[in-house]
Design a protein around this ligand. Structure first.
Ligand code: OGA
Ligand code: NM2
Ligand code: ZN
Ligand code: ZN
Length: 395
């Protein structure tokens, strides 16, 4: 397949020069830090004291907290604010005289204004069929040789939910090497890596040449894998195109057009199961999962692995009506990006956001071989932050 090169993607969040502190006062039981950029930070005393940055409260070597909440005096309040400079100040606390240093950079990084909180929770950028022309791809060697390219690729992965890697060596196990660079490969009953090929006695319909409707992988696991990698090694058989759908966008559409259906799928879970001769995996998941703010965090959708619904019988009819409504939205061709992977191409997908499916292929007419693995999101997010912190600041 061919997708647009990603060099038009925006450069992200390069660290800005920290603002300078102008004045520190106490107003109505809160600390007020006035900044030279015109902003004020309002900070509760307990929060400041619980996050004391002194060497007694925080181990200077590991940076881990030593302080425990029960040692923070009730009604801790600033007695004096000392040594105010543009970069730092110290609070001397009553009742116990403890002294806490705070740095401007740290305060800005953890600011509690609604705007600062929102900046720390980036929202996904939604896409539909039109994205086929702009969808991002990165040459693997570019990622290996340039931390900026790797950082951009991971930024795109988190913004869009998938990224295509090209020019990947067509070798056995390469997929796990890439998985271990971005994060940590998760070993499952399918192994460290799995071969998606058509085989005689498959334990999973993935291992046939049938079409697979769009789905998220392994909802029968707790937690399901965060990210899936699929590496194309052979694509001689006619067919087998992959279909990608932005599940979070579809779920947010359902919220707008059928609030009751949306609410049902966020409240009453579906049951999933995978069983073979050695395995009996079962888990419950919300088809639509919400984050702490009530935004859609992800979806769990897999018809192959749906177990009998295990809900109070009065809920069953309306649950299915809601599920059907959502399934219809997921099938909307206007939401589908189709890609035909060639050998050397590798899809990285956020499993609980981007649903993937495949068209049937003809195993009698040629071979098709994908190799896959799963990694968890936290490790990839960690790598993304480490890459960002090592980049030189943008000019
Ligand atoms: C899978 C899967 C896609 C494909 O194995 O879970 O979705 O293209 N495979 O074969
Ligand atoms: N395989 C390819 O979630 C699923 O069962 C999809 C996963 C077997 C690892 C297939
Ligand atoms: Zn302290
Ligand atoms: Zn799959």
């Amino acid at each position: 397949m061919s997708l647009a090169a990603a060099d038009k993607m925006p450069e992200t969040a390069a660290p800005r020069p920290p603002a300078a502190i102008r004045r520190v006062t106490v107003v109505s039981g809160r600390l007020v830090v006035e900044w030279d950029d015109g902003a004020d930070s309002l900070l509760p005393f307990t929060w400041l004291r619980a996050n004391c940055q002194c060497a007694t409260c925080r181990d200077p070597k590991s940076g881990q907290r030593l302080a425990e909440i029960v040692d923070v005096p009730l009604n801790a309040a600033p007695r004096r604010i000392n040594a105010v400079t543009p970069e730092a100040f110290t609070i001397e606390w009553t009742p116990d005289g403890h002294r806490s240093p705070y740095r401007a950079e740290w305060l800005k990084e953890h600011d509690l204004s609604p705007a600062a909180i929102a900046r720390r929770r980036p929202r996904p950028l939604f896409w539909g069929a039109e994205f086929a022309d702009e969808a991002p791809s990165f040459a693997w060697l570019e990622i290996v040789n340039d931390p900026r390219a790797e950082h951009r690729a991971l930024t795109v992965l988190f913004e869009r939910g998938f990224v295509l890697l090209t020019e990947v060596a067509v070798t056995n196990g390469m997929v796990a090497e890439i998985g271990d660079r971005f994060g940590h490969v998760r070993v499952t009953n399918y192994g460290r890596i799995f071969d998606v090929v058509s085989m005689p006695d498959p334990n999973n319909l993935a291992y046939t040449d049938r079409a697979l409707g769009v789905h998220t992988d392994n909802p029968y696991r707790d937690p399901p894998p965060g990210i899936q990698l699929l590496h194309c090694l052979l694509a001689e058989a006619p067919g087998g195109e992959n279909i990608l759908v932005d599940g979070i966008r579809a779920a947010e559409s359902l919220r707008r057009i059928d609030g009751a259906a949306f609410e049902m799928l966020t409240r009453m879970p579906q049951h999933f199961r995978f069983a073979d001769a050695d395995t009996d995996l079962r888990a419950r998941q919300h088809v639509i999962a919400l984050d702490f703010e009530g935004n859609v965090a992800g979806v769990h959708f897999n018809e192959r692995s749906a177990a009998p619904l295990d809900l109070p019988l009065e809920a069953v009819d309306s649950w299915y009506a809601a599920y059907r409504r959502f399934a219809e939205l997921l099938r909307d061709p206007q939401g589908e990006v189709t890609v035909r992977l060639d050998p050397g191409e590798l899809l990285v997908m956020v499993n609980d956001r981007v649903l993937h499916g495949r068209a049937a292929f003809d195993a009698g007419a040629g071979r098709r071989h994908l190799q896959g693995c799963y990694i968890d999101k936290d490790g990839v997010e960690s790598r993304w932050r480490m890459l960002a912190s090592a980049l030189p600041p943008a000019p």
